[in-house]
Design a protein around this ligand. Structure first.
Ligand code: ZN
Length: 411
């Protein structure tokens, strides 16, 4: 079994040795002796920290980065994004996903929950680059019966290429998927033991349209009324929630995914942190797609989340560094049923090696505070996922070729 020994590294302000055997943290001790490891990493002046689990993105939208920015939402979608998305080929999606994964690895993310087209290409890219992924098989009713049938067939016949890759059932949103299909997809997700991944309550328009069409029910109340909310459901955005909505989401065990950068850039609104704290909802963090962010850095996402909460509710104590760090790391791993998200013996070997000599981390008064409010991806030297080294000393295999292939300009 492949072994990696990391020597003299700081873990929560203690200097330890960390032994990775296969894909788990085998031993964490002040000193590990008599081990003939395949690889030894010197951890001096470095810290080991859990990586990020990006719980909502559309990875290959990297190809649309910087296209049609600063437009009004509907104009942006209808005149820029949707027509351009329609032109993306399977090969484009593969190349865009690989670019996204380079960006994720460099900024410390080892897992992403995706929702997009050409799911096979996203699976191929994630498998090749050895990250973890839950790839959405995405449903939009307007795309026609044939695609819906093909998607369902794909879900029913899916065999994962590795323990790192799974799929999820992704009805896009209540305004693109009707009641019958939502319910059918919910049942399929139950039978197959897969997550149901959807957008929810992202904009005021969505709420108003839903109320108009459904007897004054909010989007959350509507989904509850059709019976598709439970601990298997992952709902992205959840910006516009009432007290009753938060109560439903909490009691049903739904996972909420906060995407502060996209919510700010698209002027959707501010995630109601006091409300979700009050009802003790489970929350994770996501970047959303690149065209509404415009990058995939979970470091930035944590900072924006904390600042947006503080300024929106005039409360500097709201959404502490520790709380938002948990949203970005262990909450995601837990939601996905991964025994990961902490640096602990017996858990899956996902970790970052962080350079404590980086200017952004000096002085090291509080690493988590520095991590949320000060760090950038230059602080991340090495990335390990499932016991595999994805980036070592800032080097990602094949990076040059991956970046070159993704330089697709919109004409
Ligand atoms: Zn989204």
């Amino acid at each position: 079994m492949n072994t990696i020994l990391i020597k003299n590294i700081s873990l929560k302000n203690r200097i330890v040795d960390v032994l990775i055997e296969g894909n788990v943290f085998k031993q964490i001790e002040p000193e590990i002796k008599d081990v003939n490891a395949d690889k030894i990493i010197d951890g001096t002046n470095r810290a080991i920290i859990q990586p990020f689990y990006n719980m909502h993105t559309h990875s290959s939208m990297t190809l649309l980065r910087g296209y049609g920015d600063d437009m009004r939402l509907f104009e942006w979608l209808s005149e820029y994004i949707w027509p351009e998305e329609a032109k993306l080929t399977a090969e484009d999606i593969y190349n865009g996903t690989r670019l996204a994964i380079v960006e994720m690895i460099r900024s410390g993310t080892v897992f992403f929950l995706d929702m997009y087209w050409h799911h096979q290409e996203i699976i191929r890219a994630a498998q090749e680059m050895k990250v973890r992924a839950s790839v959405g098989v995405t449903f939009i009713e307007e795309r026609g019966k044939k695609e819906i049938e093909d998607n369902i067939k794909f879900i029913n016949n899916f065999k994962s290429p590795s323990n790192r890759i799974t799929i999820n059932v992704a009805p896009h949103a209540i305004y693109t998927v009707g009641k019958d299909l939502y319910q059918e997809l919910y049942l399929i997700s139950k039978v197959r033991g897969l997550k149901l991944n959807t957008h929810l309550a992202e904009t005021v328009n969505e709420v108003n349209d839903c109320k108009k069409a459904n007897n004054n029910l909010t989007p959350t109340e509507y989904l509850e009324s059709i019976g598709v909310l439970d601990e298997n459901t992952i709902a992205a955005h959840c910006v516009h929630l009432t007290e009753h909505d938060a109560e439903i989401l909490s009691s049903k065990g739904v996972t909420l995914v906060h995407n502060p950068c996209a919510n700010m850039k698209l002027a959707s609104g501010a995630f109601n942190v006091p409300l979700i704290n009050k009802y003790d909802c489970r929350v994770c963090l996501g970047t959303d797609g690149t065209s509404s962010n415009n990058n995939l850095s979970m470091l930035e996402e944590m900072k924006f989340a904390a600042l947006l909460a503080k300024v929106s509710y005039h409360d500097t104590s709201l959404l502490s560094a520790n709380q938002v760090f948990a949203w970005a790391t262990k909450n995601g791993a837990e939601t996905m049923g991964l025994n990961a998200g902490k640096i602990k013996e017996g858990m899956l070997a996902d970790c970052l090696i962080v350079n404590l000599n980086n200017d952004r981390l000096i002085p090291n008064n509080n690493l988590i505070s520095n991590w949320v409010y000060s760090a950038d991806s230059r602080c991340i030297e090495t990335v390990i996922c499932d016991g595999n080294i994805l980036m070592e000393n800032y080097i990602i295999p094949n990076e040059e070729e991956i970046l070159e292939k993704a330089k697709r300009k919109i004409s």
